[in-house]
Write a protein that binds this ligand. Structure first.
Ligand SMILES: CSC[C@@H](O)[C@@H](O)C(=O)COP(=O)(O)O
Ligand SMILES: [Zn+2]
Length: 255
């Protein structure tokens, strides 16, 4: 696959990343990544996060220490301009910081924004996510299933659906195989989105996880809930406990 090229406007639109609002995407991406680093989610330059605000997508540079990023390091892309671009591999950036390349995760983040209308997408290299994919690999499995755990309620029912999963619902997260180059994951991530229309996350074997949501709050809540469930699942496996149980509750639930 050819690497995407960038184009910049003459004034580089610095105003797009300058705001005193801590919730402005250019401020929020560095702040979130600094928190995620403490969780081991974006260590050693891996992982990252992207936010969409209407037509504008805010992205980190590639290969930088994600916990040390500053607002002026952030790329900005227009989805409308991107959609009109004749060469889909060429990314049309409204703002490109000097001396950087855009995150290799860009086409994967864009898939969440364009195919799921997400407002935020988070990519982690969490140990728990990687360990879950390794355990599933020994079972020849391409999906992570878990039910009857309270934290499942942290998940929405699916794209375009209101409400969250219930305690007895089964959470299903597809697993795709890793590729040598990050951008080559895109077609497999999109395929998984088509096969699992309700999913808000895709695991990448021996690599990590992509999690998206309608907004930053929902993407962060689901990413945290998933990481909790992945850790729990690894520890349940160590104890010989199953992740999925069909056991009826002893006391019937009241509707
Ligand atoms: C530690 S290298 C990790 C990269 O290959 C990739 O998987 C990743 O998560 C981050 O890519 P980046 O281009 O730095 O945003
Ligand atoms: Zn990665």
């Amino acid at each position: 696959m050819c690497p995407p090229t960038t184009s910049t406007s003459e004034n580089n639109n610095d105003h797009l990343v300058q705001s005193s609002d801590p919730n402005h995407p250019a401020n929020l991406i560095p702040a979130l990544c600094a928190k995620f680093w403490t969780l081991g989610w974006v260590t050693g330059t891996g992982g990252g996060a992207s936010i969409r605000s209407d037509d504008l997508v805010y992205l980190a540079p590639s290969g930088v220490q994600k916990e040390l990023m500053k607002p002026e390091d952030i790329y900005v892309l227009s989805l409308a301009a991107q959609a009109q671009s004749l060469d889909k591999r060429q990314r049309v950036y409204l703002r490109s910081p000097a001396n950087f390349k855009p995150s290799q995760c860009t086409p994967l983040f864009l898939a969440a924004f364009t195919k799921r209308n997400a407002g935020c997408c988070i990519h982690t290299h969490s140990h728990w996510a990687v360990l879950v994919t390794l355990i599933l690999e020994t079972q020849g499995s391409k999906e992570f299933l878990i039910n009857n755990i309270e934290q499942i309620k942290g998940f929405g029912k699916g794209f375009g659906k209101s409400g969250n999963l219930g305690y007895h619902d089964t959470l299903r997260i597809p697993v795709i195989e890793n590729t040598a180059h990050e951008e080559d994951l895109t077609e497999f991530l999109e395929e998984a989105m088509d096969q699992y229309p309700d999913t808000y996350a895709v695991l990448v074997r021996r690599h990590g996880v992509y999690v998206w949501g309608e907004n930053v709050h929902k993407a962060k809540t689901m990413c945290e809930s998933l990481d909790y469930l992945f850790q729990l699942a690894v520890e349940m496996k160590q104890l010989g406990l199953p992740w999925v149980t069909d056991i009826e509750p002893t006391i019937p639930t009241r509707k």
